[in-house]
Design a protein around this ligand. Structure first.
Ligand SMILES: NC(=O)c1ccc[n+]([C@@H]2O[C@H](COP(=O)([O-])OP(=O)(O)OC[C@H]3O[C@@H](n4cnc5c(N)ncnc54)[C@H](O)[C@@H]3O)[C@@H](O)[C@H]2O)c1
Ligand SMILES: O=P(O)(O)OC[C@H](O)CO
Length: 329
């Protein structure tokens, strides 16, 4: 049995545990909320997210102390929004990660550092890059809960590392494939959240499907320009880890980022949209990080810039999308 620590109590952590439980694994699940830990021990479902997902008490053990969850685990999966990922690891050192492989399920950047989660793991806990991977691809937790056929990409700099973890994620309703492009996949996953915000904002303003199709096409070009500037290498951006993820987030009813953007387009303030949503829209933090990063790269990024001005400079959404409209082709 492979021992896997899962860190985070949200919908994606719950969905990942459902997938892994299909295989021969032992899961050590850390949740911030002690009441949820106790509830899952007693009732075998997460009271806060994906309540219909039944958790096997034989395979899934819950912990409220993070070192207990890490103890003896071969893998550590991070499944907390990037803005909060540092918090539970305060006080931990490289020795807590010695010999472990780390998998980031996070599609976001650490706001205070404007850095990728995998870079933070490598630097902060001295985990070799060859032992780090990310879970990517178009996949909503809600569809995993319903066992709808989904595809994931496990990306790493090391093929063996990606392949090994992909095997653990393959199951009746999930096909997981390895890919050697850690940074390209991770940046594309961060950026698709920004695009989903822009899609939501324009939908909230009354723009239709015709406009969104052009917005998404232009977004793919923006992602290509940025990813190739930051990590130049040959990659097929039409693969599902990149384009597929952009499409699902831009068009799905389940998208957190699109829902958040839609509220902004309809006139909500950032604060009221955050309060109304019970889940986290990673794109809100990502747009600031990518905007800041791009000061160094100077890539043409009209969609990111418009979204930044709406969310961080409080520019009227109608004005910004109106200006963006002129730049799309
Ligand atoms: N939900 C999905 O379908 C999905 C799919 C792929 C990737 N992801 C990624 O997974 C990551 C986790 O997202 P999610 O959808 O599970 O989140 P979620 O919105 O469902 O859950 C929020 C999580 O954040 C934690 N949290 C909230 N506020 C916190 C705080 N102040 N301090 C510490 N923790 C806090 C909660 O405990 C919970 O674990 C994100 O990076 C997201 O992009 C999500
Ligand atoms: O579509 P979102 O904003 O809920 O993001 C969730 C996942 O990244 C989709 O693959």
């Amino acid at each position: 049995m492979t021992s896997i620590a899962v860190i985070g109590g949200g919908s994606w952590a719950t969905a990942i545990i459902k997938i892994l439980s299909e295989n021969n694994v032992s899961i050590r699940w850390w949740l911030r909320d002690r009441a949820a830990v106790d509830h899952i021990r007693k009732h075998h479902y997460n009271p806060d997210y994906l309540r219909d997902v039944r958790l096997s008490p034989r395979k899934v053990k819950t912990f409220s102390k993070i070192t207990d969850a890490l103890n003896g685990a071969e893998y550590v999966i991070l499944a907390i929004p990037a803005a909060f990922v540092q918090e539970p690891f305060q006080g931990l050192t490289a020795k807590h990660f010695a010999g472990k492989r780390v998998v980031s399920a996070i599609k976001g950047m650490i706001p205070e550092k404007n850095c990728l989660v995998t870079d933070w793991v490598e630097e902060r806990f001295e985990v070799p890059l060859s032992q780090i991977s990310v879970i990517a691809g178009p996949c909503h937790a809600e569809e995993v809960a319903l066992e709808k056929q989904s595809y994931l990409t496990i990306a790493s700099t090391d093929e063996a590392c990606a392949s090994h973890f992909a095997q653990l994620m393959n199951c009746r309703f999930v096909t997981a494939n390895p890919l050697v492009d850690l940074y390209g996949v991770e940046y594309a996953a961060v950026m698709k959240n920004i695009v989903a915000l822009a899609c939501g904002i324009s939908h909230g303003l009354g723009y239709g499907d015709n406009f969104q199709a052009v917005l998404v096409s232009n977004a793919m070009q923006e992602i290509r320009r940025f990813v190739n500037a930051v990590d130049p290498r040959e990659r097929d951006l039409s693969a599902s880890a990149y384009l597929g993820d952009l499409l699902v987030t831009a068009y799905s009813q389940f998208s957190r980022n699109r829902t958040f953007g839609n509220m902004i387009g309809r006139g909500y303030s950032v604060q009221s949209a955050q309060m109304e949503m019970k889940m986290i829209a990673e794109g809100y933090y990502a747009v600031n990080s990518i905007f800041e990063m791009n000061k160094k790269y100077g890539v043409e990024m009209p969609i990111t810039q418009a979204t930044y001005r709406i969310l961080y400079e409080r520019q009227p959404p109608a004005t910004e999308i109106g200006l963006l409209k002129m730049k799309l082709r």
